[in-house]
Write a new protein. Sequence first.
Length: 359
Amino acid sequence: MAATLRLGQRRRRATHDQPNVVEIRPSLFSGATPYENLGLDARKAVNNSRVTRNYVYKAPKRPDGYGQHGGRRPKHLPWQATGWKKMGIWKKDRKVEMWLKWSVNQSNQERTNFGPAKRVVMRRFKLQRQARKNRRFQLEQISRTRMEAQAANHGMKYGFLKNAFKENYVILNRRTLSELGIYDQNVLTTVIEETVPDWRERVEATNTDSKKTYSIEELDSLALPYLETQYPELYTDACIRFNRQVTDWGIEYTIDSGTDEKAWADLIAQTPELANFQIPDHWTQDSNKQEEEVPLEAYFAPKDEELDRQYRQYMGEVRKLQANREEELESGKSPKDLGLREEPLTRDAWFEGKPQSWL
């Protein structure tokens, strides 16, 4: 701009009496107003463009601009959009570009306008920082909880294990040790054994309470009433087979229910494991899933209609079905026509030596 102004001044002095058209192209963010092809002489063009020899800029404030200023140019300071600054003429523009670079995914003024964009971006950065801090704290708590569980499995407190690692110069951090306990338990046990050789004796000392054992009679007294509440027509429905098998570790109770005998015969031909009261492997899901140990008295507690609303509704439907069957039997229909056994079974059928079969 300075070169253009000087050129305009020289042409004005050289041709003072002849009007000239002067093209003034202000630099970016200078505040000058361009007057092109207006037929004005250089003097009027300079005066009307609000640019003087002393660089007195008084541009009107614009809502989309970066500010205004007035006054003479200090000799030792460069011009910036909001005033004369020491850091160069493009400091404000660099700052605007920096903030607008992070607002491209925002909308409306929060994307294009510098002020709202800066506020929203700053808020987003603070939230992201807090989220990273919370996530880091959460991961630390998870790894600590896992190591406390691993230390308890090896018969000691986590503080004792931590000091043992420090004394034996084990430089693995807590997160690495916790992941070892998940992905390779044997490796973690080896590391613990090198630092605490007597961890097995500690486990035996801490496991003073032995698990309760049940006799065969106690298991039957818990499981059979529970199964009878689960299957109200267990002894009368002709499409139900049940068996009981005593093993070296406990008792297996098997109940097979279906629509008719032929369907079960076809299914057993496809999956022979069912004939031996076993579940096919491809039916099993989450076979290695760990579940919390629950006392058998709580697990096999019989359903109570007064406490369980859904079970009460279910038993109401069962009683209606049984009443309808009684009416049909009185009308002359046979139990086989209604899908019932000719002679209802009792609980003693569980203890018969010959297993029930669909074949």
